[in-house]
Design a protein around this ligand. Structure first.
Ligand code: AFD
Ligand code: MN
Ligand code: MN
Length: 397
């Protein structure tokens, strides 16, 4: 067991920290300009769950896998039992259920926001199927992102679309079991470039509130304009008791889906800090789903996901070291330097030695990435999957 109180704090936080990894992060993905196919990339739901199982095996903090219904459940509801048993087989659990109402041709002018009532109905049915899948996999969250919007002024009645979203999300909420939640994700632009129907945290909050008490807002860190203060949004959602979870990633420009903290580690730290400070002040644990939403064109998929999980642990651990009582005192007296130093000291602390010790205490390898590289898993799957991936076409859409 750890010696100092700082270590005790850290170990307690590390014991409770879990971050969900996305099935789509293990498959060949890319940008709209194309994909660079990787010989070891996962090509089936089983391979994705096997790879996710490796990340959890070596990091110890990724027990659940976010799934995408169109991509991971080829027979829809009928695939549920198989996907669930595959997750068990590889030592992970099915996590959040992600409907996909953004790629079928019928959604060209939107899904729940489509002017055609039949298409709105089709989109809703797919979402309700996902709610049902979640009941069968024992998943708590249905994670809703919509690419709905328009590309030119005057081409859509934005007020009508808002109304249609309210109706569709209310109907979704009505089908949730008491154990389920629905997370409403916002994004300012892309794929729509004039308006996106759920473009910011305020719109997501209003829609979630209108849908019902089990609806929450999902914050994807890549879904903000450059200058936005994300941790300020987080504090408002916490105060409104409507923060459901995160899709973590990093970005230099927009929704780049780069590795967490690879561009701006201090921002991730500040987000985790505001949550830890809220929990310290209220004495309550914020019920937040920490999830990764990253997809990499160039990095090795499994190695990158291990790097991601380890980095998230480090940022979370650093945030846990902030002296909240001292910070509160300095804030009250406007002792600016001292208050700021509370964050800077914690952020500057090298938590890696304590993390290595924590891993040792859990029977985990001290260096998850090195241990994975020595395991031979990557070489094996590259051999097994190489042919399939060779024939995969690098699509331009
Ligand atoms: C894309 C979207 C959004 C969504 C994710 C998974 O921008 O972040 O959550 O795909 O569907 O990244
Ligand atoms: Mn996302
Ligand atoms: Mn995104």
């Amino acid at each position: 067991m750890p010696g100092t109180s700082q270590q005790e704090t850290l170990w307690k936080k590390l014991n409770e920290f879990q971050i969900e990894i996305p099935s789509w992060g293990f498959a060949n993905t890319g940008t709209r300009f194309g994909k660079f196919i990787q010989p070891a990339a996962a090509t089936t739901a089983e391979e994705k769950l096997s790879d996710a199982g490796q990340v959890h095996k070596f990091t110890g903090c990724c027990p659940t896998v976010a799934v995408h219904v169109l991509w991971d459940f080829p027979q829809g509801l009928a695939s549920t039992a198989q996907v669930k048993s595959l997750a068990d087989k590889y030592g992970v659990r099915v996590g959040s259920i992600n409907p996909n109402v953004f790629q079928d041709q019928e959604y060209k002018y939107g899904s729940l926001g489509n002017p055609d009532p039949q298409i709105r109905k089709n989109a809703l049915q797919h979402i309700l199927d996902c709610v049902e899948i979640g009941k069968q996999t024992g998943s708590r969250d249905v994670s809703l992102w919509f690419g709905d919007g328009s590309n030119y002024p005057g081409t859509a009645n934005i007020r009508h679309r808002r109304q249609w979203f309210e109706e569709g999300l209310k109907e979704t909420h009505a089908h949730l079991s008491p154990q389920q939640r629905m997370l409403v994700e916002y994004k300012p632009f892309e794929p729509a470039f004039y308006h996106t129907d759920i473009a910011d945290w305020g719109m997501a909050l209003l829609l979630a509130r209108a849908a019902g008490p089990r609806a929450r807002v999902l914050v994807d860190t890549g879904h903000h304009y450059q200058a936005q203060n994300i941790e300020q949004i987080v504090t408002w959602l916490l105060s409104e008791n409507i923060l459901g979870g995160f899709h973590f990633n990093d970005r230099r420009y927009a929704d780049d889906d780069l590795t967490i903290a690879s561009i701006d580690p201090y921002q991730v730290f500040r987000i985790f800090h505001e949550i830890a400070y809220f929990e310290w002040e209220t004495g309550a644990r914020a019920d937040i789903a920490y999830m990764i939403d990253q997809s990499h064109n160039l990095k090795g998929k499994i190695e990158e996901m291990i790097q991601t999980a380890v980095t998230a642990q480090e940022m979370y651990a650093k945030a846990a070291l902030v002296d909240h009582a001292a910070l509160a005192r300095h804030q009250e007296k406007c002792e600016l330097i001292d208050a700021e130093e509370c964050l800077k000291q914690a952020f500057a602390t090298d938590v890696r030695p304590m993390l290595r010790e924590w891993r040792r205490s859990k029977g985990l390898a001290e260096d998850p990435l090195a241990a994975f590289r020595q395991s031979g898993y990557l070489e094996r799957i590259a051999r097994e999957r190489g042919e399939k991936n060779k024939s995969a076409v690098a699509s331009y859409a």
